[in-house]
Design a binder for this molecule. Structure first.
Ligand SMILES: [Zn+2]
Length: 241
């Protein structure tokens, strides 16, 4: 098992490097600079966790575990580039207060705590990772949403484009504003995107989303999006966030 794990990581690192070099010809000299973040702190939110598994596929795959795997791989990849993201969770837990009792109270407390942690992080930029589901199984493809503010929009549009190029050239989805029903994304003030990596309700995509190779490709595409955004639009923290 250990050997398989390191192969997966190696593949992910190679993919991440390949995407980086492919997206930024000539950028190799700056790839390992440790100060590239320019004061920004990337916060990674693996959606759900603990008793709240999130969406469940028809075959029983649980969203929270897939979200966590992708976030952990993304963290590993970004470490290669001198990035040190803040992870809201790095294991299968809910972040609720001890006083929360019912499942509903735990969920509310968990979201409040996630929002507070993000708000407490200076110059934060958030990537929240989720998996989609829909009653009609034909729908598929990654969908990126953005929180309020121009930086959120630019980061989402760049990420949607990178996911299209890296994973699924036929995915014609465009980045969209986050619906106001999504608590976390509407209760933070920093630039933020939410990535629905794919649909667990689509049998082909469900299989992909559960495969280590595809999870690594997703992580590599997200790492590439972050690094590219940092080099461009995200290079200087704006005053309006
Ligand atoms: Zn979710």
């Amino acid at each position: 098992m250990k050997k398989i794990g390191s192969w997966v990581l190696l593949a992910a690192l190679a993919l991440g490097t390949a995407y980086y070099l492919w997206l930024w010809p000539g950028g190799a000299q700056t790839a390992f600079a440790s100060t590239r973040s320019g004061g920004r702190t990337l916060v990674l939110d693996a959606g759900h966790g603990g008793e709240d598994g999130g969406a469940v596929s028809p075959s029983g795959a649980v969203e929270s575990g897939i979200n966590l795997t992708i976030v952990l791989r993304l963290d590993q990849l970004l470490g290669l580039y001198g990035e040190a993201p803040v992870l809201l969770r790095s294991e299968d837990v809910s972040l609720h207060d001890e006083s929360a009792d019912t499942l509903r109270e735990k969920k509310v407390s968990d979201l409040h705590n996630r929002a507070a942690r993000i708000e407490d992080t200076e110059e934060a930029v958030l990537i929240s990772v989720h998996q989609n589901t829909y009653p009609d199984s034909q729908y598929h493809g990654a969908q990126v949403f953005f929180a309020a503010g121009e930086e959120s929009r630019s980061f989402a549009e760049l990420t949607q484009g990178t996911l299209r190029e890296a994973l699924d050239p036929d995915n014609s989805r465009q980045a969209k504003p986050i619906p106001d029903t999504v608590y976390l994304m509407n209760h933070i003030t920093c630039p933020a995107i939410l990535v629905e990596c794919g649909f667990l309700s689509n049998p082909q995509e469900e299989e992909l989303l559960q495969s280590g190779a595809y999870q690594s490709r997703l992580a590599a595409a997200l790492a590439a999006s972050w690094l590219q955004w940092l080099d461009g639009e995200g290079s200087s923290p704006s005053l309006d966030t």
